[in-house]
Design a protein around this ligand. Sequence first.
Ligand code: ZN
Length: 389
Amino acid sequence: MKKIFLSILLIFFITGCGHKEYYINTIIENSDSKVCAITYPVTNIKKLDKQVISYIESQKEKNFKELNIDYTFDIIDDRYINIVLKTYMDETFDIQTFVFDTKKSKFLEIDDLVSKNSLITINQTLENKSNKNIGYNYDKLTFDENFLYFYFLNDVGIETVNVPIHDTEFLLDIGIPELEEKLFSETKKTKVIDPYKPIVALTFDDGPSKYTDDILDVLSENDANATFFVLGNKVKNYSNTLNKMLANGNEIGNHSYNHRELQVLSEEELLFQIETTQDIIKEKTGYTPIYLRPTYGNTNNFLKKNSNLEIVLWTVDPEDWKYKNSKTIANRVINKTKDGSIVLMHDTKKRSLEALKIIIKKLKEKDFQFVTISELKEVNEIRKKLGIK
Ligand code: ZN
């Protein structure tokens, strides 16, 4: 049996808390019967590394065709190490998390992070945000300056639900960005949508770009919101723009990592495209998208089965990539938009920005409200309950 064994050590960074050296280790094993790719951090803290290795070994002992373990690794306040290990094994998933206090040299659990009073709030948030009964299950969690993250397994994979630290009595003394977080939650609460008036969901693909901030300003000036299906490989350079999107009440969706045609990819490549993008967005904003717009609008059965993201296409396409004139683009949107429409645009072109100004002005005259995809779905539910057609 042919077996290739590769172990790659990368120096992640050399300074850090406790003057320890950190590495990211990758193990790739490939034989006729199985493949295995494992990436995980080596912290040089014995207690922590032992637990990480022990988890990995327990996964490797199982019978599988493909094992893939990916990681996230964050150090909060130069003291608290958060590690998530996500395992993909032949269409099943598993998750393990570690929160480690390097000063006290101990693993932290929910009781170390928040007061007992906060547990009810947390559970309510988890049950609201997740579709299933969580049942006070907090053993898979991490945190950063903005959120507590809770991880659960569901039928299609790993679900992450975040709870704002501001909603809890948080026990650790870390630098929490107070004002920004307040602004974020207040903006979200004050929006009122009238289910009796027409709604439209504007969506922007392929960004962010240098035009996105201007688009956000136009939306904001008009009390309008939209959904941005972003590319993962751009997020790092536009993290301020993404945070502004959310602070203004807009929604972020996943549009793959680097715009590969998803239908021709292997399952592993597909998951990379989707999960990497999810992770980067979460890393930069604390928000985890729930919608996916597949590239070129091509849906994929594998995606439908293995991604817990809901696929969102569109009903109005002005082809702003093809038509060079902003008025033409605007007219194509205005003429085709009906109550409940989802409009496809791109925040990568100046003409789309110009078209947006006309679109909002004209549709506002027709009483349209500009909503995110989630809001569109909420309004549809409310209308059903109220019996509004
Ligand atoms: Zn696209």
